[in-house]
Design a protein around this ligand. Structure first.
Ligand SMILES: [Ca+2]
Length: 194
């Protein structure tokens, strides 16, 4: 009988231990969920911080551009270091977060021409973000958007299918001419200030 009593005692102990273990695993599951929730919170906070860091970086990059170049109205202009074909110049401006300069009115033409004279001394002209590559004779900006302002020089454009890219002439006081896109020219990138 003493033996049986001992066995019952062992059984009770085992049951107690099992119960405790089950309780612990429940608690662990619960705390796992809490950890998961905390994880989610952290992830969304990190995501928000990351966005803020990126927009700060963009602002800083823009400030650097504006400081290195010039700020006029709601744009900053930055002159190129060297001369490139139109496509390479366009890609360089895009990589910097801007586009080739596109004067939208007389004031912008004057600002761009003055900055060009100062920053690209000796360059008789430079690329603008204007082309008729897609539809011959229909000049649009590099984003494919219709232009409301043109500043063609006399008897320009005159290149037909051979000339599909546009430059601003310093000697002609900011007037435009169509050019062969594979010509090496200096260029100015423009950046819109939000
Ligand atoms: Ca053309």
């Amino acid at each position: 009988m003493a033996h049986a009593g001992f066995l019952i005692f062992l059984l009770v102990v085992a049951l107690l231990l099992l119960d405790q273990a089950a309780g612990q695993s429940k608690a662990r599951k619960h705390s796992k969920r809490r950890v998961k929730e905390k994880d989610g919170d952290l992830k969304s906070q990190i995501g928000k911080l990351w966005q803020e860091v990126n927009s700060l970086k963009e602002m800083q990059a823009l400030q650097t551009v504006c400081l290195r170049g010039t700020k006029v109205h709601k744009k900053c202009y930055l002159a190129s270091d060297g001369a490139k074909h139109f496509h390479e110049a366009n890609e360089d401006c895009i990589a910097k977060g801007g586009t080739l300069a596109i004067p939208r009115d007389g004031d912008e033409t004057n600002a761009l021409r003055d900055y060009g004279k100062k920053s690209l001394p000796g360059a008789s002209d430079f690329w603008l973000g204007v082309t008729d590559m897609v539809n011959e004779g229909k000049f649009v900006d590099v984003n494919g958007m219709v232009l409301n302002y043109f500043n063609w020089d006399r008897s320009q454009p005159n290149g037909g299918k051979r000339k599909n890219c546009v430059s601003l002439s310093q000697s002609a006081q900011g007037k435009w001419a169509d050019e062969v896109c594979r010509t090496l020219k200096r260029y100015i990138c423009e950046f819109l200030i939000p």
